[in-house]
Design a protein around this ligand. Structure first.
Ligand code: ATP
Ligand code: MG
Length: 324
């Protein structure tokens, strides 16, 4: 396994009496895109600000490509590209002047910087506003400019705080693709409130709640924690639904069955397994034996929004399996 490019050990941050980040540890390697999920105030931005050296941890250590952020911040920061939350600074500058300024501050210059700026203008689609003042840019263009600033020096580690926030759907897709492409040679952390983004770009995700990591796994590992993981949904004509549902309930590994009325004289029958174990074979065998004329059949991976809710809300507001 490759060495971790970014490593956090027992990171904590306290603001007065607020514990914003509470003893979290993780590492990210080349090829990984780690997603930070969590409700507002969970500690995602605070963690990212500590990882990038903009905020001093109350406790714990950060290292970037083996360099300690606290004892060697200049060298460690040089390895990182950071897209902070919100809009870029210097509203009176233009994308072109801001990127030149950023590049020079990073020690770039001459032809190298000119070529890099040229490539980035196309990569994040900034060409059409290249010489327009930043304060007049739309939210999406400001976000793209922030991204351009973060990747300008082609850093080995990227920390992107809600990179697709404010972008239109086409741009969201392009930025996700860009992140996936860059991941081949970098270690990337992104935060997001868009759960679909987890499947679309992340190789792994952590869910944060009140400053703690409450889940850490691949997208499918997280989905498998949902109450509908491996549930089987069958769409069929209404007259056949209740008889079939009864037969389904008779399968030993089926915990519960729901029948939901749909339009056009159809019903959706959902069978939930005991402890998320696969039941697809038993269900398809039954369909064949009973000669049921099904219209659709689907095995559920598990709903990430439910897992998210159950891990981040107080216990009385969580969802019970099969009743969602
Ligand atoms: N500079 C600060 N001073 C005091 N409290 C702060 C400061 N920065 C963050 N906090 C608090 O720390 C907690 C975590 O905030 P943080 O911005 O890290 O959350 P987040 O997960 O990024 O939320 P969001 O999804 O809204 O961006 C919140 O309670 C916040 O109010
Ligand atoms: Mg935040």
């Amino acid at each position: 396994m490759p060495e971790p490019m970014i490593e956090a050990v027992s990171l904590s941050k306290q603001f007065g009496r607020i514990v914003a980040v509470d003893d979290i540890s993780f590492s990210v390697r080349v090829g990984e895109v780690l997603g930070f999920l969590g409700p507002n105030g969970a500690g995602k931005t605070t963690t990212m600000r500590m990882l990038t050296g903009y905020l001093r941890p109350t406790k714990g250590e950060v290292s970037v490509c083996g360099i300690n952020m606290l004892s060697d911040p200049v060298k460690a920061k040089a390895k990182i590209g950071y897209l902070p939350e919100g809009a870029p600074l210097y509203p009176e500058m233009t994308p072109s002047t801001l990127l030149r300024f950023t590049g020079q501050a990073r020690g770039m210059g001459g032809e190298e910087l000119a070529n890099r700026m040229d490539a980035i203008a196309d990569q994040v689609h900034l060409r059409e506003v290249w010489d327009q003042s930043i304060e007049t840019l739309s939210k999406g263009y400001k976000r793209r400019l922030g991204l351009a600033q973060a990747i300008l020096h082609d850093p080995q580690v990227l920390i992107l705080d809600e990179p697709t926030d404010g972008l239109d759907p086409n741009q969201k897709r392009e930025v996700r693709q860009l992140v996936r492409d860059m991941a081949r040679s970098k270690a990337i952390i992104i935060s997001t409130h868009i759960l679909e983004e987890v499947n679309a770009v992340c190789t792994r995700a952590v869910i944060l709640a009140q400053g703690r990591i409450v889940a850490d796994g691949t997208p499918s590992e997280l989905e498998s924690m949902a109450s509908d993981h491996n549930a089987v949904s069958i769409l069929l004509p209404r007259p056949e639904a209740s008889g079939f549902a009864q037969k389904l309930q008779g399968i030993a590994s089926v915990r519960t069955v729901q029948v939901i009325d749909r339009e056009e004289d159809q019903c959706l029958v959902q069978a939930y397994p005991i402890q998320g174990s696969p039941i697809l074979k038993e269900v398809t065998d039954l369909i064949r034996d009973q000669k049921v004329s099904i219209l659709e059949l689907r095995q559920e991976p598990g709903r990430l929004d439910e897992v998210f809710r159950n891990l981040t809300l107080p216990a009385e507001e969580t969802i019970q399996g099969g009743q969602a």
